[in-house]
Design a protein around this ligand. Structure first.
Ligand code: GAR
Length: 195
C-alpha cells in the first residue's frame, strides 16, 4: 500500500490535526501526515506536530497584506516540495482563492463545526443555540471556491441539550469532529484518483 502524503493546514490549537496524526499511526491507515503548515506563527498545533516528529512549516499570512495569491503561491511551493497528495484544512481560518482551490480540486477537504448546509461561516454553535436548533453537528466536505459549499463526505449530528452553552455544545461537536475527520480522510485517501 502506498500511503498518500497529507498536509494538514492549521491556524490554531490543532486538535483535529492531532486526531488525524493519531489515526494515521494505524498500520492500515491509507495516509501519512507528512506536513503540518500554519499561517499563524506559534500556532499551538505546531508544537504538537513537532513533538510527533512531523515536518512543520509556517507561512505568515500577515506577511502578505492584500496579496492573497502571493500567500497561496508560497504555500503551494511548500506543498509541492513535500510531494503532498491531499490537503486537510483543520481550523485553517483563511478563505482560499479559486486559483489555489483549483490546484487541489478533489484533493482538499475541510472540517466544519455544523451540519452543512446549515451554519456556514463562524460562530456556528452560538447561532445554532440562538435559533433553538434541536440538533447540531460537524461535516467533512471537499473544498470548492465558495466557502463551506463543497460535496459532503461525512457528517454526524449531536443533540442540543437543555442548558447548553456554546462551549458545552462546541465540546460535544468537537468530539464528533475528532472521529469523522480521520474517517473521511481514510475514505478519500483510499478512493481518490489523481486528476
Ligand atoms: C474546529 O472546531 C473546526 O471545525 C473549526 O475550527 C476548530 C479548530 O479547532 N473550523 C472552522 O470553523 C472552519 N470554518 P482545532 O484547531 O482544535 O482543530
Amino acid at each position: 500500500m502506498t500511503r498518500k502524503r497529507v498536509a494538514v493546514l492549521i491556524s490554531g490549537r490543532g486538535s483535529n490535526m492531532a486526531a488525524l496524526i493519531a489515526a494515521a499511526k494505524a498500520p492500515d491507515y491509507p495516509a501519512e501526515i507528512a506536513l503540518v503548515l500554519s499561517n499563524v506563527p506559534g500556532a499551538g498545533g505546531l508544537a504538537i506536530a513537532e513533538s510527533e516528529g512531523i515536518a512543520t512549516a509556517t507561512i505568515d499570512s500577515k506577511a502578505f497584506p492584500r496579496d492573497r495569491e502571493g500567500f497561496e503561491r508560497a504555500m503551494q511551493a511548500v506543498l509541492e516540495a513535500q510531494r503532498i497528495d491531499i490537503v486537510c484544512l483543520a481550523g485553517f481560518m483563511r478563505i482560499l482563492t479559486p486559483w489555489f482551490v483549483g490546484r487541489w480540486e478533489g484533493r482538499m477537504i475541510n472540517i466544519h463545526p455544523a451540519l452543512l448546509p446549515a451554519y456556514k461561516g463562524l460562530d456556528t454553535h452560538a447561532r445554532a443555540l440562538a435559533d433553538g436548533a434541536r440538533e447540531h453537528g460537524a461535516t467533512v466536505h471537499f473544498v470548492t471556491p465558495e466557502m463551506d459549499e463543497g460535496e459532503i463526505i461525512l457528517q454526524e449530528a449531536v443533540p442540543v441539550l437543555p442548558g447548553d452553552t456554546a462551549e458545552t455544545l462546541g465540546a460535544r461537536v468537537l468530539a464528533v469532529e475528532h472521529r469523522i475527520y480521520p474517517a473521511a480522510l481514510r475514505m478519500i485517501a483510499t478512493e481518490y484518483r489523481l486528476i
